[in-house]
Design a protein around this ligand. Structure first.
Ligand code: TXA
Ligand code: MG
Length: 326
């Protein structure tokens, strides 16, 4: 076993935290079977303790250890998409700690598609509970350096697997209610799921049916700088207003820099959804660090392909401009 994996496994077995890369974002991991270890996740994140965590597994073969019912739909989705960015909500086994499930009768499970995560999970040979490795409500980390910025000495080990290839959190599908319900959009879309299940999943009404999905809070994934979503015309208008007011502004837009000015920092976003998602959190983090008066983001097109990205942008805008460090 490689020394860093050996060290990570030893820490997890001792009830300590280990941050690790997945294909979506970095996770802050603890032994999912150890409530005291899981409690450290909430302390490090500053996250309310009733928010449930996703349990990461080395393989779909371990599903039945955590879920007391594994419906045929779950088996088919696991075969189609795991390892990959899909979390399944299933009825839990009675011995899954309440600290993991937030006291609910269900548990979130996924097999991540990242070589380092899979190496760690195989060596640990158990479930690793892991939320995104950011302080509660802030931008999810997509590099090891981001995790250090967020959590510093709160986490004894950060495994460095480079930049996360997907860049936004997994799709969450609830299979515990009889009909499949999409709780959080992600890189695997409703159409991908429909191709496997033969029916399109329902979408949870925001806030209503999914109270415990923290990704469903309106204010989430947020920079400290006020973030405004604008149309392409609206962008030029807002830029001119900001410059008239003498404000420094950061721009994230798919076009090359339209206005060259000392007060404007312009970042060009990829024009397709996968590239946009890949860069999104790192771009927001970099623009946030400039300390501008506002971040203007040109809203991507509507439609299924952009659904997950638009969801994250909407939440980033809703939660932006609040400083929770006090
Ligand atoms: O891509 C991802 O899913 C990343 C990586 C690290 O795997 N993890 C992640 O974790 O995004 P977190 O905790 O930031 O978001 C997980 C979401 C939360 O909104 C949580 O409420 C929801 O999953 N969740 C977990 N278990 C649940 C359950 N039993 N029922 C409903 N929602 C659940
Ligand atoms: Mg998160």
């Amino acid at each position: 076993m490689r020394p860093e994996i050996e060290r990570a496994v030893a820490l997890l077995r001792r009830g300590e935290l280990v941050a690790f890369p997945t294909e979506t974002v970095y996770g802050l991991g603890a032994d999912a079977a150890d409530p005291a270890a899981v409690a450290k996740i909430f302390a490090a994140k500053g996250r309310p303790a009733d928010h449930p965590l996703i349990v990461h597994l080395p393989a779909a073969a371990q599903l039945a250890r955590w879920a007391r019912e594994v419906p045929a739909e779950a088996e088919r989705l696991a075969a189609a998409f795991w390892p990959g960015p899909l979390t399944l909500i299933l009825k839990r086994q009675p011995d899954v700690p309440d600290a993991v499930t937030g006291g609910q009768d269900t548990v979130g499970l996924r097999v991540p598609n990242h070589p380092l995560a899979l190496e760690l999970l195989a060596a640990f040979d158990g479930g690793i509970a892991a939320p995104s490795a950011n302080r509660f409500g802030r931008i999810s980390p997509t590099t090891a350096a981001h995790v250090r910025e967020e959590l510093g000495e709160r986490v004894p080990l950060v495994l460095d697997g480079g930049a996360c290839p997907v860049g936004i959190e997994s799709t969450i599908l609830d299979l515990s209610r009889g009909v499949p319900v999409l709780l959080r959009p992600g890189a695997i879309g409703a159409a991908d799921i429909a191709r496997v299940l033969g029916c399109t999943p329902d979408t949870a009404a925001p806030q209503a049916e999914a109270p415990r999905v923290s990704g469903s809070l309106a204010a989430h994934y947020a920079p400290r700088t006020p973030l405004q979503l604008v149309s392409s015309d609206g962008l030029l208008f807002a830029l001119r207003n900001a410059l008239v007011a003498g404000e420094r502004v950061a721009v994230l837009a798919p076009t090359s820099q339209a206005i060259s000015h000392d007060l404007v920092t312009w970042k060009q976003s990829p024009a397709e959804p996968a590239g946009f998602a890949h860069d999104l959190y790192a771009s927001l983090r970099a623009l946030d660090a400039l300390g501008c008066a506002r971040i203007l983001v040109q809203q991507p097109p509507a439609g299924e392909a952009w659904l997950a990205v638009n969801d994250r942008l909407r939440r980033a805008a809703a939660g932006s401009g609040e400083d929770d460090e006090t």
